[in-house]
Ligand binder design. Structure first.
Ligand code: MTE
Length: 327
């Protein structure tokens, strides 16, 4: 996964591979090797300049107030990240490889928004976002979020349990997994021009995980509707897993009996597995996961197993010891 180094604890861009070198390297590489280069940190600055960040930022889309009572059961145990940090330091590859995609992401068209429900369900159908909102009771949950790149934040999300959405979709008895496909719109998303990425962005969970009480469908943050760069109008929050599992701007929800191959897994399965549960003791092949940096701070703090949510989720994996649960 690319990491744009812009903070004090990261290497300077001047130390990154020069663009010409990178482009030359790309010309020599093919297939999987090119995919590996695409997820290699030092290449980030050059690839990011190919699209996205150099475009002038679009005007910020207006957000609406979206208040909901906080569910005190899910205390994060650390300070909430400043809103400005959580909304200006993002991963949204469809809009660019930079962390500063918030300007480009304003091109996202969020109205009207329709979600397709399909696969192994009683009745495949489409549901409008507004219609969905009418059927769900909103709550606020403060969750820790841990990116596989070792940055972390603590966010007051507004949304509803994913289990409620699964219930609404009514999967058949033989369905075992749910997949989330996210918007891929070439007209507004410059990242889709990077053809070695296996667009659209797709993520999946077991139905057991999706109906775990922590799995949360997010429609807002900081008491407002979700900003485009954070995955408007609808994304997932799975606080015990690395952040790439939390798909943004979801347009399709499908149920299946076969384990789906996610976007990052398709690109580099050695580095980004299906389970991707947080564990400080299992390093990423290219960096340690022992500590993390909270957005807005330069200090590194210890990473917690399951990102600190073991009491809610560890039991789901007790019969899966043969699986690569942590990457
Ligand atoms: N969803 C889509 N569609 N595209 C992405 O690039 N990035 C993922 C995840 N969901 C991503 C995505 C990653 S790597 C992380 S860490 C989180 O979104 C970041 O969420 P944030 O930008 O709201 O902090």
């Amino acid at each position: 996964m690319l990491i744009r180094r812009t903070r004090g604890w990261e290497i300077a861009e001047s130390k990154a591979t020069p663009e010409a070198v990178m482009l030359g390297r790309r010309a020599m590489l093919g297939g999987a090797a090119l995919a590996a280069a695409a997820v290699a940190g030092p290449a980030q600055a050059q690839l990011s300049e190919l699209f996205g960040p150099s475009r002038p930022p679009n005007a910020m889309r207006a957000l609406s107030p979206l208040s909901a009572a906080r569910n005190a059961k899910y205390e994060a145990g650390r300070a909430i990240t400043e809103e400005r940090q959580a909304t200006t330091y993002n991963n949204y590859y469809e809009f660019g490889l930079s962390k500063s995609v918030y300007g480009a992401a304003q091109a996202l068209v969020v109205e009207p928004w329709t979600i397709e429900i399909g696969g192994m369900v009683a009745k495949p159908r489409k549901i409008g976002f507004d219609d969905l909102m009418k059927q769900m009771a909103l709550e606020e949950r403060v969750y820790r979020h841990r990116c596989v790149e070792t940055w972390a934040m603590t966010v007051p999300w507004v949304g509803f349990p994913l289990a409620k959405l699964v219930e609404l979709c009514a999967p058949t008895a033989s369905a075992k997994y749910v997949t989330f496909t996210t918007l891929a719109d070439k007209k507004t998303m410059p990242g889709l021009g990077q053809r070695f990425y296996p667009w659209p962005y797709l993520e999946g969970l077991t139905l057991q995980e999706a109906t775990n009480e922590l799995a949360f469908m997010v429609v807002g943050m900081y008491g407002k509707t979700l900003p485009s760069q954070n995955g408007a109008p609808l994304r997932v929050a799975l606080p015990w897993k690395y952040g790439f599992k939390s798909a943004k701007s979801i347009v399709k929800i499908e149920f299946t009996d076969k384990r789906p191959t996610s976007f990052w897994e398709a690109l580099q399965d050695e580095e980004y597995g299906f389970w991707a549960n947080v564990n400080p003791k299992v390093p990423h092949p290219r960096w340690s996961q022992a500590t993390e940096t909270l957005l807005g701070s330069d200090e590194r703090v210890p990473t917690q197993i399951w990102n600190g949510y073991g009491e809610f989720v560890a039991g789901m994996y007790s019969d899966k010891s043969g699986e690569k649960l942590f990457m």
